[in-house]
Design a protein around this ligand. Structure first.
Ligand SMILES: NC(=O)c1ccc[n+]([C@@H]2O[C@H](COP(=O)([O-])OP(=O)(O)OC[C@H]3O[C@@H](n4cnc5c(N)ncnc54)[C@H](OP(=O)(O)O)[C@@H]3O)[C@@H](O)[C@H]2O)c1
Length: 247
C-alpha cells in the first residue's frame, strides 16, 4: 500500500486531499498544528470509510522539531502499515496574511517565510531518507505567484520561491525517480486568511473564467492525481488549479 504524508491535513485543501487519497486506497499521515480535534475528525472519517490514517502534530516553522517528528513518523509507518518508506509528501501547510508591503513587520515576514519556504525545504530534506525511490512530492503554491494581488507580497514571494524549489527538487531527486510538482490554487473556499466574505467572493468569481470559487476538492483531486502512478511522466511542473483566474 502507498502511504503519503500531508502537512496541514486537519482542514481545507489538506483535509480534502487526505480524504481523496484514502478513497484511492492510499494510507495517509496527516499533520496538524493548532487543531488536533479537526485532524482527528479527518482520521475518523477516513477510518469510517475503511481507510487507514494517522494524525501527527507538526509545526512546519519549527525546523528543530523535524528530527523527532520523523522518528515518530517512522514508528507509525511500521506499526500501522508495516512499511518503512513514504510514497509521497504534500507540502501543504500554510496561512494567509493580508497586509500591504508598507506595513509588513519583520516578524510577519519571517513567519510567512518559515512556514511557506524554509519549512518545506528542510522538512523535505529531513524526509529524503524515508522517501521511497519513485515517490512523488507535491508543493502547494498559489496563483498569487502569477497575478500580483493586493496585500500578500511576502506570501506570494515565498510561494514563488517554493515553485522554483520544486524544479530543483525534481532535478536533484530525479536520479531516485522521485518526482516533484507544484499545485498552484486560485481562490479556494477554506478558512485561509479568515475565509471569504460575499463581496470578495463576488469579485473573485467575476475574475474567474468559470465564474465560481474553487472548492477544496478541486485542488485535492489534482494533488491526488499527481501522487498516483498515472502521473508518472509529469515532473517539475507547476499546475494552476484556478478555473481560469485572471486570463
Ligand atoms: N484557500 C485558498 O484560496 C488558497 C489559495 C492558494 C494557495 N493556498 C494554499 O493552500 C494550502 C492550504 O491552505 P487552506 O486554504 O487549506 O488553508 P486552511 O483551511 O486555513 O488550512 C491550513 C492548514 O495548514 C495548517 N497549518 C497552518 N500553519 C501551520 C504551521 N505553522 N505548521 C503546520 N501546519 C500549519 C493548519 O493546521 P491547524 O489548523 O491544525 O493549525 C491547517 O491544517 C496553504 O499552503 C495555502 O497557502 C490556499
Amino acid at each position: 500500500m502507498s502511504v503519503i504524508l500531508i502537512t496541514g491535513g486537519s482542514r481545507g485543501i489538506g483535509a480534502s486531499t487526505a480524504t481523496l487519497c484514502a478513497q484511492r486506497g492510499m494510507g495517509v499521515v496527516l499533520t496538524y498544528n493548532n487543531n488536533p480535534a479537526a485532524a482527528q475528525a479527518v482520521v475518523e472519517q477516513i477510518q469510517a470509510s475503511g481507510g487507514k490514517a494517522v494524525a501527527l502534530k507538526l509545526d512546519v516553522a519549527e525546523v528543530a522539531s523535524f528530527g523527532a517528528f520523523t522518528e515518530r513518523l517512522q514508528r507509525d509507518l511500521q506499526n500501522v502499515w508495516g512499511v518503512s518508506h513514504l510514497d509521497g509528501v504534500v507540502n501543504n501547510a500554510g496561512y494567509g496574511l493580508f497586509n500591504p508591503m508598507a506595513t509588513v513587520s519583520e516578524a510577519q515576514f519571517d513567519g510567512l517565510f518559515n512556514v511557506h519556504l524554509k519549512g518545506p525545504f528542510f522538512l523535505t530534506q529531513t524526509l529524503l531518507p524515508l522517501l521511497a525511490d519513485g515517490a512523488s512530492i507535491v508543493n502547494i503554491t498559489s496563483a498569487t505567484t502569477r497575478v500580483a494581488t493586493a496585500g500578500v507580497a511576502p506570501y506570494a514571494a515565498f510561494k514563488g520561491g517554493l515553485e522554483v524549489l520544486t524544479r530543483y527538487m525534481a532535478k536533484e531527486f530525479g536520479e531516485r525517480r522521485i518526482r516533484a510538482n507544484a499545485v498552484s490554487p486560485g481562490a479556494i473556499r477554506t478558512e485561509l486568511g479568515g475565509g471569504l466574505n460575499s463581496e470578495f467572493e463576488a469579485l473573485l468569481c467575476g475574475q474567474t473564467a468559470l465564474g465560481r470559487i474553487g472548492e477544496p476538492e478541486d485542488v485535492g483531486l489534482v494533488v491526488t492525481t499527481l501522487l498516483s502512478a498515472e502521473s508518472a511522466w509529469i515532473n517539475a511542473q507547476t499546475i494552476e488549479v484556478a478555473g481560469g483566474y485572471m486570463v
